[in-house]
Write a protein that binds this ligand. Structure first.
Ligand code: GTP
Ligand code: 5AD
Ligand code: SF4
Length: 405
């Protein structure tokens, strides 16, 4: 597909903590072909009613409302998004929207070998593959499927198809795969994908989460330091670049310094913080003075220049700069990954509301947004799972596989 000329992002709406609405994560299906124990550990699930699932046209229409309100970053997720028939058609439709500057997909890679080329041709710009272990028996234990090779094939196919901007998301669980951190770095190097280590989160679906299974950022950094030597933190404000073109901050930063610097930057939104005047910000400018948002990953360099990321949503959440919202496969809009309830945009859309009416509803809800779910969890005295199994069964929108990882 010929590249569509982009037009400047619209002026973004600010929430009650002056966080702009910039990023929309669209979950296109609640189905998945793996059963990762941190996400779908149960035997059976209550699925969304198929009649309620948004059509591609409906998704594109809602997306256009969001982009007119300043969203310029779209990520397709699931469940497993490649289970949605003809996903490349949706990618093609979204790629035509000139206000989308970043169109990405998160997949488990199982069906990537078959679909990589079509996705690339449809205009997909970036791809993230989830891969937590390189050991076949662990992969089977974690996902309940014997399919590590399939995922590896998927990554190879993505490379061959010209999907050059690739990342690997790897969730580290203590005493399960935390000993594979260096292996995954090596694998990322070999396959030309930047690896991001993710802390295990107590989100919906993670009904087996316990605090002692979290392998925190500090431990990940320490592991890599032991193996490779000093780890350098990339400047907070550096724009995201591919591994080959990275520039590091001028000063060598010890692991401890890197963590401390980050902690300082990650406090709760100031009490009583407010958006200014009309509740808007100009495109490209961040309300929090940190440049265009780059959350949730913090990026680092190894001595040989290999870049990697850490997403420490559990121990050091990024709520302060969170500019993202989510759309479930059936059109419920969530203002936070941890939100208990959402706003049913499909009901408005199918009820005949105009784009302007939907836009007004979205803008009003975002301006009132005070969500900072991960931070609230952090400050809880005793931390268990977010939702009990009965809560998830009562409302499957609370599942991570419904609202998107
Ligand atoms: P890039 O645009 O490539 O930086 O992707 P991303 O930073 O949006 O990350 P990705 O979609 O790969 O998500 C990676 C992980 O970040 C998820 O699996 C979650 O663990 C975590 N994450 C994503 N979105 C949220 C969110 O809204 N809140 C919190 N607390 N964590 C999130
Ligand atoms: N904690 C952190 N990340 C999770 N994901 C799913 N469940 C969890 C959890 N409990 C992430 C996976 C995958 C993405 C789709 O969602 O790591 O990369
Ligand atoms: Fe695993 Fe993602 Fe499927 Fe959840 S939705 S079971 S994290 S592959």
């Amino acid at each position: 597909m010929l590249p569509i000329p982009k037009i400047e992002s619209a002026t973004a709406i600010l929430d009650a903590f002056a966080r702009p609405l910039r990023s929309l994560r669209i979950s296109v299906t609640d189905r998945c072909n793996l059963r990762c124990q941190y996400c779908m550990p149960e035997k059976d699930y209550i699925w969304l009613d198929r009649r309620e699932i948004l059509s591609f046209e409906e998704i594109a229409e809602l997306t256009a409302v969001f982009t007119r309100l300043g969203v310029d970053k779209i990520r397709l997720t699931g469940g497993e998004p490649l289970l949605r028939q003809n996903l490349d058609h949706l990618v093609r439709m979204l790629a035509r929207n000139p206000q989308i500057h970043d169109l990405a997909l998160t997949t488990n890679g199982m069906l990537l070998a078959q679909q990589a080329r079509a996705l690339r041709e449809a205009g997909l710009a970036r791809l993230t593959v989830s891969l937590d272990t390189l050991r076949p028996e662990r992969f089977r234990a974690l996902t309940q499927r014997d399919a590590l090779d399939q995922v590896r094939d998927g990554l190879r196919a993505a490379h061959a198809a010209g999907l050059t901007r690739r990342k690997i998301n790897s969730l580290s669980i203590r005493d399960f795969n935390h000993d594979e951190i260096s292996d995954l770095i090596e694998f990322g190097r070999e396959t030309g994908s930047e690896v991001r280590f993710i802390e295990y989160m107590d989100v919906g679906g993670a009904t087996r989460w316990t605090a002692d299974k979290v392998f925190p950022r500090a431990a990940i950094l320490e592991t890599l330091k032991q193996r490779y030597g000093p780890v350098q933190a990339l400047d907070d404000l550096a724009p995201e670049k591919s591994s080959s073109e990275q520039k590091s901050s001028s000063e060598k930063t010890g692991v401890g310094d890197a963590i401390n610097a980050r902690s300082r930057a990650r406090q709760a939104p100031p009490e009583g913080a407010h958006n200014g005047g009309d509740g808007t910000e100009h495109a490209g400018r961040s309300s929090n003075g940190r440049g265009t948002a780059k959350a949730p990953a913090d990026r680092y360099l190894l001595p040989d220049g290999t870049a990697f990321g850490i997403i420490s949503s559990t121990t050091q959440p990024f709520c302060r700069t969170c500019d993202r919202a989510r759309l479930t496969p059936d059109g419920v809009w969530l203002l936070c990954l941890y939100a208990k309830e959402g706003l049913d945009l499909k009901r408005l859309l199918r009820g005949g509301a105009s784009s302007e009416q939907i836009a007004r509803t979205i803008a009003e809800a975002w301006r009132a947004r005070i969500d900072r779910g991960a931070e609230e969890r952090l400050h809880m005295a005793s931390r268990g799972v977010l939702f009990q199994i009965e809560d998830l069964r009562r409302d499957p929108h609370r599942e991570m596989h419904t609202r998107g990882g």
